[in-house]
Design a protein around this ligand. Sequence first.
Ligand code: ATP
Length: 939
Amino acid sequence: MGTGTPVLTPGDGGRGPTAPSGTRAPVVQTLPAEKVFAALDTSPRGLASADAAARRDRFGPNELPPAGHRGLWRDLVGQFTDLFAVVLLVASAITFLAYGLQEPRDVGTLQLAVAILGVVVLNAAIGFAQEYSAERTAESLQAMVPHTCRVLRDGERRELPARELVPGDVVVLEAGDAVSADCRLVEAHEASVNNAALTGESDAVGRTADPVAAGPVLQARNCVFMGTDVVAGSAKAVVFATGAATEFGGIFRLAAAAPRQKTPLQRQVASMARRVACTALAIGAALFAVRVPTGQPFVETFVFALGVMVALVPEGLPATLSVSLAIGVRRMARQHALVKQLLAVEALGSTTVVCTDKTGTLTQAEMTVVQVWAGGVPHAVSGVGYAPVGDVADPQPVRDLLRAAGLCCNARLVPPSDRQGWRVLGDTTEGALLVAAAKAGLSLAAEEAAAPRVAEFPFDSTRKLMSTVHATTGSRGYSAYVKGAPQELLARCTAIDWRGERQPLADELRTAVTTANDQLASQGLRVLAAASRPLADSHPAQDEAESDLTFLGLVGMLDPPRPEVSDAVDACRHAGIRIVMVTGDHPLTAEAVARRVGIVRGPAPIVVTGTRLDDLDETRLDGLLAESGELLLCRVSPEHKMRVVTALQRRGEVVAVTGDGANDAPALKHADIGVAMGASGTDVAREAAVMVLLDDSFASITTAVRLGRSVYQNIRKFLIYLFSHNIAELMPILAATFAGFPLVPITAVQILAIDLGSDVLPALALGAEPPEPDVMDRPPRSRRERLFSAAAMGRILFLGGIQSLGVCAVFFWHIHASGIPYSDFTEDNTVYREAITMVQAGIVVSQFFNALAVRTDRQSVFRIGVLSNPWLLAAGCFGLALMAAISYLPPLQAVFHTAPLNAADWAVLAGFGALLLAAEESRKGWLRHRPGSRKEGAP
Ligand code: ATP
């Protein structure tokens, strides 16, 4: 517990100062709600701004201190204890030992020992820097997710960053909100919270505003705590502790120290790298076994075999992988998709189904009431947006309807400021109702004063209703106003207000309402109904308030589709991704919107309502999902959503699901990619999701899928690049061994210079390749597909094979052209030095062309532009320059035993490189033009 941060003392109404955390009796929990304000030195109107500022200075921001890094030292030491590092350290130690035992001592052995040690240090430095920067990226992305809360200040409701909360603030909480400080409730409407973050218990627990007996504060049912979530209902509460002084502050450090998880892809690459390391070990041992009987000196042969083994170990691989994933995450963030776990980057690439919400994701969530229907008569409403400017045609007959709907709202209209026009604080559907009421000439403030609210049953998407109880001057003293989905509301009505008269809701009037509702919905309008009933009791049971109602009318609101969505939907179709619309709205509204954005094109989509879903057992649900038609799930609750996600996953689909409400959390957690709305979503949804869309738009999901696919492709690209050149390093050695050539065509130090000097940067640049233009023209990658698929292995062998042929050819051609017999070659022979320089330069030059070749999977690299990844070109040129330095600079010649190459040598090598590119271009051309090639994934 943060003892250094002030907590209000009993003097100013806070908690008792004596007992330890969790057991002290906060005075505040035992008080009646109305006394809490005075006890915490505040008022029901909230704090005055000046007072809040003073408290902010005194108590500090409502933040937890930085978690404290897991320990830089521990991370750094970790880099040296991983399997690769240990193997290399042992190899280096043995080489040093071999140098000590050599008679006479060979400075090459010492160079190799130092080089291997250098590899370990360099590798650790890269790995450490990557992990550190990945951690910082994750932190800065987290900071981009908005975390705000609703507070009363100067008697007005405001939305503030959660860090601005101070003790004494009065906060308004709704289902889906994360609680940002420790608070005592002063009003609670069916409120319950999930205290899992504090107690580990994830069941919802009810909250009350009534006083409770003194006892452990965590058990006080009238308190809510930082880090927990409101899962249902609504409440008003007074903050009594902030920042480190909260209960959560005490356990925060434990949570922050949780270990990092590796994604399946990272595990796949790590296990592959381990297998390659074992193979390298075996090859090293085999070379040793083959060369010793040929009479080669024992220690030299051992050192050589060790060097080959080290060279074949893919040292930089895990670090390059992390970089590639991190680049993907950053690119997605730039496109408004914040990925909270690396896992999502990889799952996104294989997404086969996107279950999407309608409002806000496909549409703009800019609601405008355009028609009101009451007593069988439609009334047009003019004006657009949230400015209360416009008229209701003949408003008199719809005033009761709009009054009831308006009073049953929690949203607030915010007048324009310098920076923004009229906007809504709270639910946009409710905002539109407030605007319509104003356009009908109603002053809701005056109405609220005449009929103050005394109770509320908050909206939930299973009931699809919300109701409030008001003290009225009517015969029975109170009135319930209920608004919600027309079908749900109509089922609870027994009468209707028909042109000023209350009439029993006979069948023909029910039909008239249903027909009017269908007509509004088929225009793509979101339709809400309102009803009322008189009550004798100020706090009736929910069932009483929401039954035996008088139907008042319908309100139809327009929510235009987002302009960018049609193209995004098109891209998904093209990419073989199925889009399922999941909405709580009416089927006709859903279908109209789905048609507008292109989700539905055929004449008869499969429309399934929540009620029908309830009737389907799992087998029939599976059958329904197996049908290939366009699917709309309407009037569904979050529980239905969860069921559909599970059923789709049972069918082997990789499912992305969007969600915004608190009860979407289970579906978001269960999906392969839970996508929460950053702008309109609740805190709970954002916590449950692995990806947050900052702009709420469906188009950002498509972009993220595109980037996810390209990340996977890029990883494969640099793996093909790296492993194919390993073959080119190994083959000349094997060829020379079997041809009986007494020396090696490439030394271990040369191989290390390629692996660490000229290959690392192009591999990193390949990891940053922009998405290929046809990345969304292919079906999703199968979940079972391995990174090293047969096709990828084939490509490694193809490219590695050509490179090997090239370098073997230049080596033996050079040796043979000299006319010197094999047995006369020594390490200092100029021809030999030139030949090994040719081999090293041959690999570097062919890797330059290889990097270009692997940039595309099946498109011609000339189509995407040879210059379109300048980093890759720069990295390739750096490699060539390094090679030139090794060939021409005397100090480096001494280290690498190299010799200067002439222009003709370089021309021959460039010719081989160009041949490699041409061969790969022909292979791609063949792939592109082969019948049925589109159905295949990338090699
Ligand atoms: P969408 O896919 O359009 O986002 P949704 O799944 O979010 O819809 P819900 O918010 O669950 O749908 O709403 C379901 C229905 O409940 C709506 O069609 C509307 O009729 C009604 N409704 C929505 N908001 C409110 C509200 N604040 N008060 C009362 N009824 C509401």
